[in-house]
Design a protein around this ligand. Structure first.
Ligand code: SAM
Ligand code: SF4
Length: 342
């Protein structure tokens, strides 16, 4: 991919109606995945036709427009971003914004299955920290949760990431009756290997095969459980994400908690999300969106794209209201996390 460098911008930063500056863009580069995690997808997902998916050039163009408007952090996600063909060319092209200093961080959320192939190249492209999702260290449970995942491959991927010098944060979805008995052990393991760990509550997004009310485990219970083994203290550590962090005295590492269901972190929300089809969601928990694909496909100049982004940011809502509805048992947001990018 050959792309122009983003010139210093005359365009204004993106500030929403609640005076929040948008500095973080999450980009889903594919809706496809080599796993079928039970809380994320049904086993027989139908994926989008190729023409609906942004090309790598379009992804670069839109991301770069955001960088021009003051976005300092890009997170590539999916689906599984590392299964998209030629994805490394996007990392390399976006890496130019790190070189110019326009971007502070280019990062990735991955299930780890392809890290053994790409860890070194990610570092070459300028990636320094990555999030790897892992809900269990028990290979049988791993298979149950991911349905199609290969535990050993993920472990090899983590090893490759470490060798390449990537800082890894583990993301673990807390699942009632599934991994709740091993969360303390996961903290010991992650911290023992120099990795932070963040626990995530299940969010009601997209139709899945099972019943979400069965999976929901409030993180206040997880925190109470961890408090029996570790001395936890609140710390003022921020990564630009919604996690609240505590430090564990015994292991010397950090533990994050992302609690969209029970705690509102919207006041400080600095982020928007781009789907792999070019739809911009201003809030993870709301349906309102803007079509940036139309803007890039109908005009070669970026004016229309910037106009569409401005209109979208002007509509960024104050907050979300996720609920797992016990009566209807429907997801409160119908799109899948793999489309919006977790
Ligand atoms: N495939 C990559 C991965 O698993 O890391 C990136 C995409 S995945 C959608 C991003 C994150 O969203 C993962 O950590 C996953 O566990 C989380 N996730 C997916 N569905 C979720 C749900 N319904 N509730 C909470 N977290 C979810
Ligand atoms: Fe794939 Fe990530 Fe969803 Fe699991 S959570 S099915 S790895 S996109």
């Amino acid at each position: 991919m050959t792309l122009a460098r983003t010139a210093p911008s005359a365009r204004p930063p993106l500030i929403d109606p609640f005076a929040r500056e948008i500095t973080y863009l999450r980009i889903s580069v594919t809706d496809r995945c080599d796993f079928r995690c039970v809380y994320c997808m049904s086993e027989h997902m139908s994926f989008l036709p190729k023409k609906e998916i942004l090309t790598l050039e379009e992804l670069d163009r839109i991301s770069s427009a955001f960088v021009e408007r003051g976005v300092r952090k890009l997170r590539i996600t999916g689906g599984e971003p590392l299964v998209r063909r030629d994805i490394m060319s996007l990392f390399h092209s976006l890496g130019r914004h790190l070189e110019t200093g326009a971007l502070d961080e280019l990062t990735l959320t991955t299930n780890g299955s392809q890290l053994h192939r790409f860890a070194e190249e990610l570092v070459d492209a300028g990636v320094r920290r990555i999030n790897v999702s892992l809900d269990t260290r028990d290979p049988d449970k791993f298979r149950e949760i991911t349905r199609w995942g290969d535990f050993d491959k993920v472990m090899n991927g983590l090893e490759a990431a470490r060798r390449a010098g990537l800082h890894v944060k583990i993301n673990t979805v807390a699942l009632k009756g599934v991994n709740e008995d091993e969360l303390t052990e996961m903290v010991r393991w992650a911290h023992g290997d120099g990795m932070d760990i963040t626990f995530i509550e299940t969010m009601p997004m997209g139709e899945i095969d099972g019943d979400r009310t069965d999976q929901y485990l409030p993180l206040r219970l997880v925190r109470a459980q961890l408090g029996q083994s570790f001395t936890l203290s609140e710390i003022d550590y921020k990564t630009g994400g919604p996690a609240r962090y505590v430090a564990s005295a015994e292991t010397g590492g950090r533990i994050g908690f992302i609690t969209p269901m029970t705690h509102n972190f919207c006041e400080s929300c600095n982020r928007v999300r781009l789907t792999c089809t070019g739809t911009l969601f201003m809030c993870l928990g709301q349906e309102d969106a803007a079509d940036l694909r139309e803007a890039v496909r109908t005009s070669e100049a970026d004016d229309l794209l910037h106009e569409t982004i401005d209109e979208a940011i002007a509509r960024k809502p104050k907050g979300h209201d996720f609920v797992i509805d016990r009566r209807s048992r429907r997801p409160s947001v119908s799109r899948h996390m793999s489309v919006t990018g977790g």
